[in-house]
Design a protein around this ligand. Structure first.
Ligand code: ADP
Length: 287
């Protein structure tokens, strides 16, 4: 029974191995539906608390992000960015609505299923890198594989070496994170996020702790992961320059998508942000 269940799990994971690079079976030309979006939110609402004191952090988000796209999410403080990221990444469940990741509906999943989904099908990059200091760089990169129980040690080392080369850290696998610069640590985190070939990489202010030059290098790396590996990236940022690396910028305001801009320059993004930030208070505040 247990073996069967494990086998089935592995089979369910198999298409994931084809997620980058090789054509998917759904690329067939006629009569087949288009491949599932990497991220799809329908009518997503998230309310904290109840009654008169309830906070409506997300008030109806509809969104579909194709595979191989890079999306920046911006918005004033309190607009719902963190709640959006948490709901989209299965770290929190919406009060209403549906979230699908790589075609899989996650809103009805229990905590164990969500944990498994996050491990095997999502990658995370945080502002504070979140590497384990007691592990080597290579062990940090391979951690999601180990947690998911996949792969041989030898294959793991080969995968880690290839990813470390891709992120510009060739030969650094045996170092400890503390021996690396901030930018290098974030590169390790990106390699770790890529190792399971996830459906989506969620990045939360990934350049918030980096200087301008290093930040640009890390953003170039995320861009390359999208362009040459077909990764899908959703990045929350407050930095208009960081958002210039994305294919589109979503602007949240009061729990709704207030606007979208296709890839554009930092001046245009900053100007749009200012109009959101300086907008007069919404109904409820006014008499
Ligand atoms: P942002 O990341 O854009 O600053 P958040 O998603 O953190 O926005 O917050 C959106 C709204 O939800 C804010 O009004 C915030 O105060 C509220 N909020 C966030 N988390 C909680 C919580 N755990 N309990 C109550 N209210 C919350």
């Amino acid at each position: 029974m247990g073996i069967l269940r494990n086998k089935r799990r592995r089979e369910e994971r198999e298409p994931a191995d084809a997620r980058y690079g090789s054509p998917s079976p759904t690329d067939a030309p006629y009569g087949t539906p288009p491949p599932a979006a990497a991220v799809e939110l329908r009518g997503v609402r998230r309310r904290y608390g109840r009654g008169g004191g309830a906070v409506h952090a997300l008030r109806g988000i509809d969104l579909s992000l194709p595979r191989g796209s890079f999306t920046a999410v911006m918005g004033p403080s309190g607009s719902g960015k963190s709640t959006f990221l948490q709901c989209a990444a299965g770290l929190d469940l919406p009060t209403e609505g549906s979230v699908r990741l790589g075609g899989t509906e996650i809103t009805g999943m229990n905590e164990n299923q969500l944990t498994e989904l996050r491990r095997s099908r999502l990658g995370f990059v945080f502002q504070a890198f979140n590497l384990l200091p007691s592990l080597t760089v290579e062990q940090n990169v391979l951690l999601p594989m180990r947690l998911a129980g996949g792969g041989s040690a030898r294959q793991g080392r080969a995968d880690a070496a290839e990813l470390l080369a891709r992120v510009g850290l060739e030969g650094k696998g045996h170092r400890r994170p503390t021996e690396l610069s901030g930018g290098q640590q974030q590169r390790v985190a990106i390699a770790r996020a890529l190792v399971t070939r996830p459906d989506v990489i969620f990045a939360d202010e990934p350049t918030g702790a980096l200087d301008t030059t290093t930040a640009a290098e890390v953003l170039d790396l995320l861009r390359t992961a999208v362009d040459s590996l077909g990764a899908t990236v959703v990045m929350v940022t407050h930095d208009p320059v960081a958002a210039t690396h994305a294919d589109q910028v979503l602007f949240l305001a009061d729990g709704l998508i207030a606007d979208r801009l296709p890839r554009t320059d930092a001046t245009t993004i900053a100007a749009r942000m200012r109009t959101l930030t300086t907008r007069p208070a919404l109904a409820g505040a006014a008499a």
